[in-house]
Write a protein that binds this ligand. Structure first.
Ligand code: PNS
Length: 160
């Protein structure tokens, strides 16, 4: 069974993430979306909140599993029985770091391949960090993130 792993911080998930996962789900029978539990960046949303937001934004797809991991991605990939990692690329600026990670993961786990999906131009400017910054200062993020994420951002920043 062909399976793919879409890992990330997803703090929070954006429409760009949802699009990459949606498109991955058309090409693989099983897609494991793995949320890193403790990203080095201090997350705004808890692991449970990030998983819940992904489950909601991807509820129209039937071949998605939402999971989480700590430590090395290659160890999680082995446990999950997945040999393909799929990442989104927005611009050339993403490529250098993504290439380093892909090569490191391949060196750590020969046989684990990374494939890249190019972001839709409509989402090329979108990042979780920018979305948080806009929401923090009261800007509108509707249309950039799933509805539930927009609501969660509003509530989080209204609460101070
Ligand atoms: O959404 P992000 O922040 O770009 O996701 C980055 C992520 C979680 C995919 C990456 O940081 C990762 O794989 N972390 C796990 C630690 C690891 O395996 N490091 C060595 C591989 S280069």
């Amino acid at each position: 069974m062909t399976a793919a792993l879409c890992p990330g911080s997803f703090d929070p998930p954006t429409n760009g993430h949802i699009d990459v996962i949606e498109r991955t789900s058309r090409h693989f029978q099983r897609v494991v979306v793995a949320v890193i539990a403790n990203p080095s960046k201090h997350p705004l949303f808890s692991l449970a909140e990030r998983q819940e937001m992904l489950a909601d934004g991807l509820s129209h797809l039937t071949n998605i599993e939402i999971d989480s991991f700590d430590g090395l991605l290659v160890d999680f990939a082995r446990r999950a029985g997945v040999t393909v990692v799929v990442k989104g690329l927005r611009a050339v600026s993403d490529f250098e770091y993504e290439l380093q990670m892909a090569e490191m993961n391949a060196a750590l786990a020969p046989g684990l391949d990374t494939m890249f999906v190019t972001a839709k131009p409509a989402w090329a400017f979108l990042s979780s960090s920018l979305v948080k910054e806009v929401a923090r200062f009261g800007g509108a993020v509707e249309g950039l993130v799933p509805e539930r994420v927009a609501t969660a951002l509003k509530e989080r920043f209204a609460a101070g």
